[in-house]
Design a binder for this molecule. Structure first.
Ligand SMILES: Nc1ncnc2c1ncn2[C@@H]1O[C@H](COP(=O)(O)OP(=O)(O)OP(=O)(O)O)[C@@H](O)[C@H]1O
Length: 306
């Protein structure tokens, strides 16, 4: 049986202004890279802060590494590394000095650990540089380095790639892949960049209004999400409206690339082709998009507009 790193049973957090977590139950097993998906305000950060002991539940139970008692939870948290929101850094201090500061807070005496974590996140050369001069991507990598100081078995990362450029996103992914695959670190990660999350995580939990509404793994995602037909045309908005009327269907949408999208499994290809010809819609390109996390999520929460 695989060991459980985290287990929540009916966890709730009620604020005077509303409910942030509503009887949420979930499990994370050792070795999982667990992607946490949900719209703004769904409750992801609240749960992560609860794991860190920064927010106290108003209901339910949780266990870390199988431990539930108050004292045991405090001890279990020493096995966890956190990057929740942005790392708190002293801008006038170098990365090495910031890490030295956190090492003292965490009670880490091993001085060589600073150089090790800088190396893991690819900041060895920039270690002596003041962090005020760091790019956002470098600050996030340093945030991960801080989270790694205590050699955690479990990493909790709240939107670590938020706001990063594509190169910065890839760098973080490589670091996390290495930690997960080579060192067996269990990871809970939230992100709104679902295409990126799909590349990293093997399991996904979908949270909506404080409840875990669905959990799937990567294989289930591929089986259950739809393959889409993508049509490139000069005026997709008008063309999509015409197609909707002609084919009498509402599930014709426009994706981020500005292509018209239609679910492959429910459309009659012959009918679609003749509609395109009849309506005089110029087709500049035609391709299939593999099932992806974004489609799955939009289907799950009943959203259109992808
Ligand atoms: N300290 C607080 N006091 C009152 N309400 C709060 C507090 N912290 C969070 N909330 C509320 O709890 C709900 C869940 O917030 P949370 O930050 O956990 O969501 P999230 O899924 O992390 O969202 P995002 O993707 O925007 O970070 C929101 O409605 C939020 O306004």
């Amino acid at each position: 049986m695989t060991a459980l790193v985290f287990e929540a049973q009916g966890l709730s957090k009620q604020y005077p202004s509303g409910c942030a977590l509503d009887k949420l139950s979930m499990r994370i097993e050792a070795g999982d890279v667990y992607g946490f998906v949900g719209e703004n305000g769904a409750g992801k950060t609240t749960l992560m802060k609860m794991i860190g002991g920064l927010v106290h539940p108003t209901g339910g139970k949780m266990a870390l590494f199988g431990e539930q008692g108050k004292t045991e939870l405090i001890a279990a948290r020493r096995r966890i590394g956190f990057l929740i929101e942005r790392p708190s850094l002293y801008p006038q201090m170098s990365a090495q000095e910031n890490l030295g500061f956190y090492s003292r807070i965490f009670g880490i005496r091993d001085k060589s650990r600073t150089a090790e974590v800088l190396q893991i996140v690819g900041l060895s050369e920039a270690g002596p540089k003041r962090t005020g001069e760091y790019s956002l991507g470098m600050r996030q990598r340093l945030g991960i380095a801080i989270a790694l100081l205590n050699r955690p078995d479990f990493l909790v990362l709240d939107e670590p790639v938020n706001g990063l450029d594509p190169a910065g996103i890839v760098e973080i992914r490589r670091i996390l892949e290495q930690l997960a695959h080579e060192q067996g670190v269990t990871i809970l990660i939230s992100s709104h960049i679902l295409s990126e999350l799909q590349l990293l995580a093997g399991k996904y939990g979908f949270i909506h209004q404080g409840r875990l509404v669905k959990e799937i793994d990567a294989a289930e995602l591929l089986q259950s999400a739809r393959t889409m037909i993508c049509i490139t045309t000069s005026d997709p908005a008008t063309a999509a409206d015409m197609l909707k009327r002609e084919l009498e269907r509402e599930d014709i949408t426009i994706n981020r690339k500005g292509q018209i999208e239609i679910p492959r499994d429910t459309v009659n290809l012959e009918q679609l082709m003749s509609a395109l010809v009849q309506l005089g819609i110029p087709v500049d390109g035609f391709n299939l998009a593999a099932p992806n996390l974004e489609h799955y999520y939009m289907d799950l929460i009943g959203g259109g507009g992808r």
